[in-house]
Write a protein that binds this ligand. Structure first.
Ligand code: HEM
Length: 453
C-alpha cells in the first residue's frame, strides 16, 4: 500500500518550510491531507505524521520489535555518539533505559529538589530591581547548572565552568535554523569555518573534559554519591562488565543535550504566559501565597494550578514538534493502513495538541482545561510515548515547578514588552523568539510583598 498522501511540492521547498515556519507548514498540511500525511523533506526518507489519538495509541503500544527509533536518529551520532540512548534499539536500548531511569524518578529525583531551589535562589539574588534580564539566558543558566550537578555531582571548579561555557556555546550555535539547514546540506567537516568543522572543534573540547572527569571518578569512587555518573560507573551488565569510557561519554552527552535546552525553553514559555496573562498570574500567586519562600519542594510539586500551568505550557507550544521517528521493522496496520518494513512514522505532538475536538480554542492558553478533565497519553504527549517516552519527564516537570515557584515567591516581575508571540524554531525544538526580557521589581519577603510597597 502506498504511503498516505502529502504535499507534492519539491522536497527542498518542504524542508525550507519545515525549518522556517514549522507550525504553519504542519497546520496547512493537516488542513489539506487530514490526520495522517506524508512529509518529504530534504535528503530524508518520507515521514508519515500521525495526529489521531487512536493511531498514536497503536504506534506507542505496538508489540516489541515492531518499530525501531534509534535507527532514525543517526543524524545525532556525530554529537551524541553511537552508544547514546537516543540511537540504540532493541535489547540494548531497554537495558540502558533501565539503568538511566532511576535517578530521574522517586526518591533520587526528589533529592535534587533542594538543589534546584538553591540554584534558582542564587540566580535571583544576582538580579537587580529595575534592571531587565533576558529570560532565555537566565533559564539556560539554571537548567544547565541543574543538569550538570545532577549528572556529575559537580558543585564548582574549573572543569564545570569550562563545560558550562563550551556546552552552552555549542547548543546555542546548533539552535540557529540557518546552521541546521547548512548542516543538513553540508554534513562533512570541511575545516574550521564549515558548520560541521565548528561543531567538531567544540565536541573535541567537551570530550576532553568528559573523559578527564570519567578517569578521575574511576580513580576515586564515592559509594555515597547520588549523581548519575557515579551510578553509571557502579553499574554492571548481565555479564558483570562495567560501561566503557566511550559508552559513559555518549550517555552523559545525551543527558546534557536532551535535558538542558528542552527544560530551559519550557521555563521561558511558562514565565512568558504567567506574566503575559494577568488572570493566570493572579491565580498562581493565590496558590503559591500559602507556601511562603521557604517552601517544601514536595508541597510545590503537588500544587494543582501550578501543574496545570506547566501542562498547558507544554501543550500549546510543545518543545518537540514530533516524536523520534519510528522505523517499521515488522509490517503493521495503523488505522487500517498497512505499513511495510523500512517506512517511517511519527506522532505529530504539535498537531495532536491542537485538535479542536480535544482542545477547544486550542490557540488559547487556558490551564483550567487540565483541571476540568484528564487527557490520555495519546491526546497529550509533550514527552512522546511508548518505549521511547522521555526518561527526563518527571525530572523536567519537577524542575519547572520548583524554578517557577522560587521565582514567583521571591520576586515581583513584569514583561518588558508584553505582546502576543508566535513560536520559532530553535534547532530541533520549538521556542519563543529571542529577546524576551523580564523586569525585576520588589523582592518578596516570606511570599509577601514588603509592607512598604
Ligand atoms: C521539558 C523538558 C523536556 C521535553 C519537552 C522532552 C521531550 C522529549 C521527547 C518528545 C522525546 C522523544 C520521545 C519519543 O520519541 O517518544 C524525549 C526523549 C528523551 N529525553 Fe526528553 N524532554 C525533556 C527533558 C528531558 C530531560 C531533563 C532529560 C534528561 C536529563 C531528557 C532525556 C531524554 C532522553 C535520554 C530521551 C530518549 C529516550 C529514548 O529514546 O528511549 N529529556 N524527550
Amino acid at each position: 500500500m502506498s504511503l498516505p498522501a502529502g504535499p507534492a511540492s519539491p522536497s527542498p521547498f518542504q524542508l525550507m518550510r519545515w525549518l522556517g515556519r514549522p507550525t504553519e507548514y504542519l497546520e496547512a498540511t493537516r488542513g489539506r491531507f487530514g490526520d495522517a500525511f506524508t512529509m518529504r523533506i530534504g535528503v530524508f526518507p518520507p515521514l508519515v505524521l500521525l495526529s489521531d489519538p487512536q493511531a498514536i495509541q497503536q504506534l506507542f503500544s505496538a508489540e516489541s520489535g515492531t518499530f525501531d527509533a534509534g535507527a532514525s536518529n543517526q543524524a545525532l551520532k556525530p554529537t551524541l555518539g553511537s552508544n547514546s540512548l537516543l540511537l540504540l534499539d532493541g535489547e540494548r536500548h531497554q537495558q540502558q533505559r533501565k539503568l538511566l531511569m532511576p535517578p530521574f524518578h522517586g526518591e533520587r529525583m526528589r533529592s535534587y529538589g533542594e538543589l534546584i531551589r538553591q540554584l534558582t535562589s542564587q540566580v535571583i539574588a544576582g538580579l537587580q530591581p529595575g534592571s531587565p534580564f533576558l529570560i532565555r539566558s537566565t533559564m539556560q543558566r539554571i537548567s544547565l547548572s541543574v543538569i550538570l550537578q545532577a549528572v556529575f555531582g559537580l558543585e564548582g571548579g574549573a572543569r564545570l565552568r569550562q563545560l558550562r561555557r563550551i556546552l552552552s556555546n555549542m547548543l546555542d550555535t546548533m539552535s540557529a535554523p540557518l546552521l541546521m539547514g547548512l548542516l543538513l546540506l553540508l554534513p562533512d567537516d570541511l575545516g574550521p569555518w564549515s558548520p560541521r568543522g565548528q561543531l567538531n572543534r567544540s565536541l573535541e573540547q567537551i570530550d576532553a573534559l568528559l573523559y578527564a572527569e570519567i578517569r578521575e571518578r574511576r580513580q576515586r569512587p564515592d559509594p555515597a554519591a547520588n549523581d548519575i555518573l557515579s551510578l553509571l560507573l557502579a553499574a554492571r551488565d548481565e555479564r558483570g562488565e562495567p560501561m566503557s569510557d566511550v559508552e559513559l561519554r555518549d550517555e552523559l552527552m545525551t543527558l546534557l543535550v536532551a535535558g538542558h535546552e528542552t527544560t530551559a525553553t519550557s521555563l521561558v514559555w511558562a514565565l512568558y504566559w504567567i506574566h503575559y496573562l494577568p488572570e493566570v498570574y493572579q491565580r498562581l500567586r493565590a496558590e503559591l501565597d500559602g507556601l511562603g519562600t521557604d517552601f517544601d519542594p514536595e508541597a510545590v510539586a503537588r500544587l494543582p494550578y501550578l501543574n496545570a500551568v506547566c501542562s498547558e505550557t507544554l501543550r500549546i507550544y510543545p518543545v518537540a514538534l514530533i516524536t523520534s521517528p519510528r522505523v517499521v521493522r515488522k509490517p503493521v496496520r495503523i488505522l487500517g493502513h498497512e505499513y511495510t518494513t523500512g517506512e517511517r512514522l511519527t506522532a505529530a505532538i504539535y498537531l495532536t495538541h491542537h485538535r479542536s475536538d480535544i482542545y477547544p480554542e486550542s490557540d488559547r492558553f487556558r490551564p483550567e482545561r487540565f483541571l476540568e478533565r484528564t487527557f490520555s497519553p495519546y491526546e497529550y504527549l509533550p514527552f512522546g510515548g511508548g518505549n521511547r517516552r522521555c526518561i527526563g519527564m518527571a525530572f523536567a516537570l519537577y524542575e519547572m515547578k520548583l524554578v517557577l515557584a522560587t521565582f514567583l515567591s521571591q520576586l515581583e516581575m513584569h514583561l518588558v514588552h508584553p505582546r502576543p508571540l508566535l513560536p520559532v524554531r530553535r534547532g530541533v525544538t520549538l521556542a519563543p523568539p529571542d529577546g524576551l526580557y523580564l523586569m525585576p521589581g520588589t523582592r518578596r519577603v516570606c511570599g509577601r510583598v514588603p509592607a512598604s510597597v
